[in-house]
Design a protein around this ligand. Structure first.
Ligand SMILES: *Cc1c(COP(=O)(O)O)cnc(C)c1O
Length: 379
């Protein structure tokens, strides 16, 4: 045995498990497990990435000035109060590293993102999980859990894996009522899917102890490239920049992100397809006896009768080459999170859940042309 020992908290971390991307023995899988954009990034982003490939011997800039200026212009934010990271995950890590540690508490909600707990433990802090109400973040429960030791509160809005949203009024109340020594972090990974929502930027402008994180991984279709950003008070940004590696983002990341941001037509198309297919899929599953809360993101959380049924359905879908996400680890063992894919993927997953449920005669789903053809071919 060596005498080297990790810091307290590290061994309590259960490593993050990403969405599966393959099924043994199945060639063409449909991956609906990681909330990726089925249409991919803007072609402009791919071109910018390729162009950056010719300059790989050059170190990137350290200040991300051009990308921050572009973000600032689009969202009407002060670029000096923006920090860019290797995914918003890195920004979350900076926040925990800088503001929490041994003896402090980090609050997150019942079905909240697992990275909050991981980053809090990595910093030596105590993660504190508070209940949600029917898969909705409950502001009163958060306020009740705050102590002198609380350093950070993480709220995902819209939520993942719930897809639900805290109202603007409730969010404002949380920001107003939290004590000054607590930094409220609004994780806006899915804000782009909510037309007209600022992700909490106005609250950040109003309160120095409110911070917002955003990502290029979801709507912008750049999850594989790892780019995220945060917006906060100048004082907080200054603190975070002290722990940020100077070359944390390559030129390829910065260039692709900036190009993706400029292609508003691509974003508009992805948004409208997501909205259209999300309501279609939710209705189709509801008719099959699989309800879901109204989702504000690029996935729906399908509720089954029991954990057993959800597990069986997941296994059945996998046999058909469709990968969705089990969310038992998020306290939702009777649910499956299904990313909104393209139209063919949505039809296929609905059809297969229909098969799993034994079908509902006469339902809208069963009347789909494609499904009838499928059934004829099968019989
Ligand atoms: C996907 C997601 C993120 C984004 O992570 P990146 O590191 O930017 O890819 C952040 N928070 C939540 C809740 C997410 O679902």
């Amino acid at each position: 045995m060596t005498k080297i020992e990790p810091q307290p908290g590290i061994m309590q971390i259960k490593p993050y498990v990403g969405g599966a991307s393959s099924v043994e023995g199945v060639a063409n899988v449909i991956k609906l497990s990681s909330n990726e954009n089925p249409f991919g990034p803007s072609p402009d982003a791919i071109e910018a990435f390729q162009r950056a490939g010719r300059e790989l011997h050059r170190y990137p800039n350290t200040d991300h000035a051009s990308l921050r200026a572009a973000i600032g212009e689009l969202h009407k934010l002060d670029p000096d109060r923006i920090i860019c990271g290797v995914g918003s995950d890195e920004v979350i890590t900076f926040l925990c590293q800088c503001y929490s540690g041994p003896g402090t508490e980090v609050i997150y909600t019942e079905h909240g993102f697992s990275m909050y707990r991981i980053s809090a433990l990595a910093a030596g802090a105590t993660p504190v999980k508070v209940p949600e109400r029917e898969r909705m973040v409950d502001v009163d429960e958060i306020l009740k859990a705050v102590t002198e030791q609380t350093s950070l509160v993480f709220v995902t809005n819209p939520g993942n894996p719930t897809g639900t949203m805290v109202s603007q009024a409730e969010l404002a109340r949380l920001a107003r009522e939290l004590p000054d020594h607590v930094l409220l972090v609004l994780d806006g990974a899915y804000v782009e899917y909510v037309d007209g929502f600022d992700g909490g930027a106005r609250l950040v402008n109003k309160y120095d102890n409110v911070f917002m994180t955003r990502t290029f991984s979801k709507m912008y279709g750049l999850g594989g490239l790892r780019i995220g950003w945060g917006y906060g008070a100048a004082e907080v940004i200054d603190v975070l920049n002290r722990v940020r590696g100077p070359f944390n983002l390559s030129m390829a990341q910065q260039a692709a992100a900036e190009a993706a941001l400029q292609d508003r037509d691509h974003v508009a198309r992805c948004l409208s397809e997501n909205t259209r297919l999300r309501s279609w899929l939710a209705e189709a599953l509801a008719e099959l006896g699989v309800p879901s809360d109204t989702s504000c993101a690029n996935f729906i959380l399908a509720r089954f009768a029991s954990a057993e049924e959800a597990t069986d359905c997941n296994a059945f879908l996998q046999e058909q080459g469709i990968i969705v996400r089990m969310v038992a680890g998020y306290g939702l063992p009777h649910c499956l999170r299904i990313t909104i894919g393209d139209e063919a993927s949505c039809r296929r997953v609905a059809h297969m859940i229909g098969r799993f449920k034994g079908g509902v005669p006469g339902s809208k789903l069963m009347l789909l042309e494609e499904d009838r053809l499928d059934d004829e071919a099968a019989s």
